[in-house]
Design a protein around this ligand. Structure first.
Ligand SMILES: NC(=O)c1ccc[n+]([C@@H]2O[C@H](COP(=O)([O-])OP(=O)(O)OC[C@H]3O[C@@H](n4cnc5c(N)ncnc54)[C@H](O)[C@@H]3O)[C@@H](O)[C@H]2O)c1
Length: 323
């Protein structure tokens, strides 16, 4: 059992959600349906929105699981096993995730210290974009140990990648093992050299099954993965179901101490010459948060791309004053 146990065994499992817009409210709904939390507190600068969401979710309880749900404030983060941060400005059509930075960094300076003060033993899980930079900012502004500050990172990109590969190869997405690493954003990197179906790398899989392996098709699949948010936002204005499911998967691995390997964002130290940045690598997530960031055997091109992604993030962080 890790040293930092986020929840007190004797009290109901509480999850706090800060920001109950599209992402936060969808996650709250998924969490309620999952039955993983006994208490869900909703916090939003728009108090009426948090109250409305709490009412609607409470009316869901008779169909689901006994759960206490209310609109609260930062004092209610006390004792939460996990505080999920989804507050802030979202991407508008044509905007990149990094474009949302300054507005969301201002919000972070206001809310993160309050959460850490009321809940020094819990885990912070960041979804707001740019998620890697804001995970790093949450780490610095909270003063919490690195193991207990993580971001949804490329969990969503990895899901999109596995889905598209599964469509191409005609197998269940759960049978496709492939990761997107680095920034959750334009510089993200597909770890092709590690992608496999039934333990076979994709070119080997194709050879063994008598299928063509088409590098251009693979590149298109990556581009559709990387650009998915732009295509969805153009059509429906926001993305929220898949990220909410990803947040739920992370929450489940923490609350049930599952040691699941997930491509979440966390503090990276001494990796391919990169240190003191948050981005995604396959990571073992347990009850203490980040148990271990896995060391990958990437090829030279992937390593160079990962270093480039890290450089993009470093430049962005340098523009922030986190003192
Ligand atoms: N990490 C991912 O994979 C991923 C995926 C989709 C969206 N996102 C990001 O999640 C964030 C939220 O997206 P959304 O679609 O839910 O946006 P939204 O506008 O629907 O909701 C944001 C909520 O934050 C609240 N808020 C704003 N300032 C606040 C403050 N100071 N304190 C508390 N609450 C505050 C707003 O009132 C609103 O309810 C965005 O940054 C978006 O880019 C991340």
């Amino acid at each position: 059992v890790p040293e930092s146990i986020p929840q007190d065994e004797s009290r109901p499992v509480r999850v706090a959600i800060v920001g109950v817009g599209d992402v936060g409210s969808t996650f709250a709904y998924a969490l309620l349906l999952s039955g993983l939390a006994a208490e869900i507190v909703l916090i939003d600068a728009n108090r009426a929105k948090a109250e409305g969401e709490a009412m609607d979710l409470n009316h869901t309880v008779p169909f689901t699981h006994p759960t206490r749900i209310w609109a609260g404030d930062y004092t209610d983060c006390a004792g939460a096993a996990i505080t999920v941060l989804t507050a802030g400005a979202k991407q508008k059509p044509g905007q990149s995730r990094l474009d949302c930075l300054q507005a969301n960094a201002r919000i972070w300076r206001e809310i993160v210290p309050q959460i850490a003060r009321h809940n020094p033993r819990g885990i912070l899980l960041v979804a707001t974009n740019p998620v890697d930079v804001l995970t790093y900012a949450a780490l610095k502004l909270s003063g919490l140990p690195a193991a207990r500050v993580l971001g949804s990172g490329t969990i969503l990109d990895t899901a999109r990648f596995r889905f598209l590969l599964s469509q191409h190869f005609g197998v269940d997405a759960r049978s496709v093992h492939a990761y997107i690493i680095g920034e959750h954003g334009d510089s993200e990197v597909p770890a092709w050299s590690l992608a496999n179906i039934a333990g076979m790398h994709l070119p080997d899989y194709c050879r063994a099954q008598g299928l063509p392996y088409e590098p251009e098709q693979m590149q298109k699949i990556f581009e559709s993965t990387r650009d998915a948010a732009y295509h969805i936002i153009e059509r429906k204005g926001a993305t929220y179901y898949a990220v909410a499911a990803g947040l739920l998967r992370i929450t489940q691995s923490i609350l049930r101490h599952q040691n699941t390997v997930l491509s979440v964002s966390s503090l990276i130290e001494d990796y391919c010459g990169i240190s003191d940045l948050c981005f995604s690598l396959p990571t073992v997530v347990d009850r203490g948060g980040i148990q271990r960031v896995l060391r990958l055997e990437l090829d030279k091109t992937e390593t160079a791309k990962l270093r480039h992604s890290a450089a993009v993030l470093r430049e962005t962080i340098a523009a922030l004053d986190l003192s």
